[in-house]
Ligand binder design. Structure first.
Ligand code: UT7
Length: 344
């Protein structure tokens, strides 16, 4: 690849609902305790969508904030990918965001890849911008997003799941850079684990099968709940995130004749599912606590596809020139990683 082609993050943004749900609030609705939640998950608070907020409204706000941070004109955006699992309607979130931004001639679509939707989106936008530049000489910008409102599909009577999740959205503007570029990406899906973390189909199942499904009742309509085999997910999560970090480094090394090792990584943004998962990944990669992001899970819970870009805003401007890795896993089981350099 010619040296001059560099594509990286030029702006980041997010949206978090105002409404804060604490462990003390959860103690009032299920048989749980602040002590149990903190010890087993690290989560202290999460944000839950309130009246008038939706997956698409959060996405619009996050996209606008990332564009503002980038300083580009929204008209320069040629593609948009939105990692999302909880937009239980159509058209896509991407189409709604595009309309709200008032931009045209954009390839905009959603990506369903569980909590890894943001990584899949970045990879897609990056590959597209790269192809347009290399094949057609066209330099432009894209937006990659992660957004989810898991509170809509959470069973608020199930203590094993309802303490874990929060809502939110994050976005990055990606485009040509002088420095601070994406170095490699990798994504992978292992459908054999799909039933460990899922949301039942609800419109297509035969009527006699609906009794097997877990529903919540809303507006006189039956909606399914998210179900999860927590301890099994935990084990797959740690294994796949560690493997993704190693794979993306190897991929970069092979393509560039480089010799980057895990010890060269300055900072890791792992998907924020559970503080114990973050700690297990940290230990496996032999990272010190200051080299891995863990505040997101404490403050916002597991925000699914949004967790990594939400964390970027917490860490904005902290490590100029650093070598960073983003890594995620989630329903599917879809996992992925991005190796990138932060702008100096
Ligand atoms: O984005 C990907 C999404 N998913 C994840 O990342 C989840 C990965 N898994 C996990 O994070 C953990 O497995 C959980 C946090 C979900 C559960 O923690 P655990 O340490 O694996 O607990 P467990 O499911 O093995 O349950 C242990 C005990 C059980 O009680 P008994 O059977 O031992 O009496 C549960 O009923 O803890 C009980 N329990 C709770 N107790 C108080 C489960 N949830 C709660 C709760 N409060 N909220």
């Amino acid at each position: 690849m010619p040296d001059k082609i560099k594509i990286g993050y030029v702006g980041i943004g997010r949206y978090l609902p105002e409404n804060v749900l604490t462990n003390a609030d959860l103690e009032k609705i299920v048989d749980t305790s602040d002590e149990w939640i903190i010890k087993r998950t690290g989560i202290q608070t999460r944000r839950i969508m309130g009246q008038g907020e939706s997956v698409s409204s959060m996405a619009i706000s996050a996209a606008k904030s990332a564009i503002e941070h980038s300083g580009i004109d929204a008209e320069q955006i040629s593609c948009m990918r939105v990692g999302v699992n909880t937009h239980l309607r159509f058209p896509s979130v991407a189409a709604i965001v595009q309309d709200a931004l008032g931009i045209e001639d954009v390839s905009a679509s959603d990506i369903a890849a569980g909590c890894s939707g943001f990584i899949f989106s970045v990879e897609d936008v990056y590959n597209r911008l790269m192809t347009e530049w290399m094949l057609y000489g066209k330099k432009s910008y894209g937006i990659a997003m992660g957004v989810d409102g898991l509170s809509m599909v959470t069973d608020w009577t199930n203590r094993s799941t309802c303490v874990l999740f929060g809502d939110g959205a994050g976005a990055v503007v990606i485009g040509p850079v002088e420095a601070g570029e994406i170095l490699a990406t990798h994504t992978k899906t292992e459908g054999k684990y799909a039933n460990l973390l899922e949301l039942d189909e609800f419109l297509s199942v035969p009527l006699e099968d609906t009794k097997k499904m877990t529903f919540r009742h809303r507006n006189n309509t039956n909606y399914p709940f998210l179900t999860m085999a927590g301890p099994k997910v935990f084990a797959v999560a740690v294994r796949s995130m560690v493997s993704e970090v190693r794979t993306v480094i190897k991929k970069y090394n092979q393509a560039n004749g480089a010799n980057i090792t895990e010890s060269d990584i300055d900072y890791v943004f792992p998907h924020q599912a559970n503080l114990r998962i973050v700690s297990a990944v940290r230990d496996a990669l032999k990272l010190t606590p200051d080299r891995i992001f863990s505040d997101g899970v404490k403050k916002y819970g597991n925000t699914s596809a949004a967790s990594i870009p939400i964390g970027y805003v917490d860490q904005r401007g902290k490590r100029p020139g650093a070598l960073e890795v983003d890594v995620s896993f989630g329903s599917g089981f879809a996992s992925g990683a991005i190796l990138r350099r932060v702008a100096p």
